[in-house]
Ligand binder design. Sequence first.
Ligand SMILES: Cc1cc2nc3c(=O)[nH]c(=O)nc-3n(C[C@H](O)[C@H](O)[C@H](O)COP(=O)(O)O)c2cc1C
Length: 212
Amino acid sequence: MSTNIADLRKSYEKAELSEDASHADPLQQFDRWLKEAIAAEVPEPNAMTLATVGSDLRPSTRIVLIKGYDARGIVWYTNYQSRKGRELAGNPFAALQFHWVELERVVRIEGRVEFTSAEESDAYFHSRPLDSRIGAWASPQSEVIEGRSVLVANAAKYGAQFLLKPPRPPHWGGYRLVPDNWQFWQGRKSRLHDRLRYRLEDGDWVRERLAP
Ligand SMILES: Cc1cc2nc3c(=O)[nH]c(=O)nc-3n(C[C@H](O)[C@H](O)[C@H](O)COP(=O)(O)O)c2cc1C
């Protein structure tokens, strides 16, 4: 291996993020950037890193897909008994991060997490392909299993049990992160990147520039 990892570096020069050009409302700014990421056809623009902290105070991260966003917050779906589910049950504060590499952009979002309503979770669950709905039953997410055969056997079992109409498992559904802090990062030349942070103060968003 001749590559020296310490010599890998890139200059970010594609765009800028100014106070004048950014939206006063972080949700509108996020909407703009997410749509630009989708239009630019970046791979998996809807993939975000979710960080949680367990009651042992150890942070953990994983990637989930954003499935909705509006003034109430950012929604994703998962298994409530997974590691992330257990950690959120003990500590509802979490952070999300998008990295749109080709656009040299990052969005970080922090806040408190709540469950989506049963109606919302049902509506999304029933919009999923059949194998994904069976998969939600078949996978005891984050548990140790003997081997892949366990998943295959579970999928066959639940497929036969529910046929074409699996109900939503009680342990599966949505979470909504209610943001109180957003950060938008645009890579710039010479490491003088643009960073705008929005934080809630008395119900209003305060926009501030952070040093890169
Ligand atoms: C691109 C991508 C998207 C993913 N989306 C989800 C998702 O929406 N929900 C989910 O539960 N897991 C998703 N996963 C799997 C998670 O990253 C993770 O492996 C799983 O949720 C278990 O995490 P945990 O043990 O920390 O709870 C995704 C993985 C990738 C790579």
